[in-house]
Design a protein around this ligand. Sequence first.
Ligand SMILES: Nc1ncnc2c1ncn2[C@@H]1O[C@H](COP(=O)(O)OP(=O)(O)OP(=O)(O)O)[C@@H](O)[C@H]1O
Length: 316
Amino acid sequence: MTKATIEVSGLVKTYAKKRVVDGLSFTVNPGTVTGFLGPNGAGKSTTLRMLLGLTRPDAGTALIGGRGYHEHPEPLRVVGALMDARWAHPKRSARAHLTWLARSNRIPVQRVDEVLAQVGLTDVAGKRVGGFSLGMAQRLGLAGALLGDPGVLVLDEPANGLDPEGIAWMRGLLRALAAEGRTVFVSSHLLAEMAQLADDVVMIGRGKLITQGSVTDLTSLSSTEEVLVRAEEPERLRDLVVEHGATAVEAPERAEALLVSGMSSEDIGRAAARAGLVLFELAPRRRTVEDAYLKLTADSVEYRGSVQQPVEGSRA
Ligand SMILES: Nc1ncnc2c1ncn2[C@@H]1O[C@H](COP(=O)(O)OP(=O)(O)OP(=O)(O)O)[C@@H](O)[C@H]1O
C-alpha cells in the first residue's frame, strides 16, 4: 500500500451551460477519513468522476499522488473506488465478479477471499449478485475497491442502503483503513453521518467550495450562540446590535423576529432597556452542526442570486 494525497485544483465542469463544478480546489490527506459534503446536486459525484478519470474536466486538475487517474500504470493498486454499487453483472456470483476484477487488473486472486471476509460476504460469496440487497451490493462494491490494497479510497455515498448495524460496521472499517495511513474520501449529503465518521470535511454547494476543515472546527463554528429577539421596533433593534458590533438577520423560522449573533441575551436585554426598546421575546438558541451545515449550504444558494432548487431540509 502506497500513501497518496488527493489534490483538486481549479476544477470546472459545465453541463448544458450550467457550471456544476465551478473552480473547485481542495486537498485530502493520508491517514484521515475526509467527508465530501454537499446537498443533492452540489456536484459531488461529478467531482469524484473527474478524480477517477470517468469524466473529463473543462478546466483544472484532479490528481491522486500527483498524477491523473489514467496516468497510473495500475490504477486499482493506487485508488479503490465505489461509485455505483449495482454495476456488477447480476448473473455473476460475488466471488466470480471479484475474481474477474482481480484477473483483469493483475491482482493476485487470493485477495478475493481476503476482501470478501473483510466486508463480511464470505457466506454469500457463491450467490448471484442480482439477488443481493442494496446493502450487500455496497459491501461487494467496497470489496472491489479494496482488492488492489490501494492507498486511496474514493467512496460515493457508501452508507446508502445499509441498516444501522451496517452503517456502524462501515464506520469502523473506514476508520481502520484511515488508521493504516490510507486516504479515505467519502461523499455524503448527510452531515450527521459525517460528523460521526470523518476527521475532516470538504463542504461544497452549487459546485463551489464552502469550507474545508476539521469536524472539530466545524463543530466549534456551529456552537456559537445566536439569540432570537422579537422587538416592537425591529429596525431600531437591528441598529442597536450593529452599534454593539453584533449582527442581526431575519430569523428564518419566525416572522418579524431577528437572529442576533455576537451578543449574549443579557447584553441585548440591557442595551435594549437603556435605549428604551420594548422586547417581546429574547431566546438564546445554540446552533447544532446540522444548522451550521444548512445555513452554509443555503448561503451558497443565495450566493448565486437565484434559487433554482431548494436545499434539501433547509428552513431558509
Ligand atoms: N452527465 C450529465 N449531464 C448533464 N447534467 C449532469 C450530468 N451529470 C450531472 N449533471 C448535473 O450536475 C449537477 C451535479 O450533479 P452531481 O451528481 O455531481 O451532484 P451530487 O452532489 O453528487 O448530488 P447527489 O447527492 O444528488 O448525488 C446536477 O444538477 C446534475 O443534474
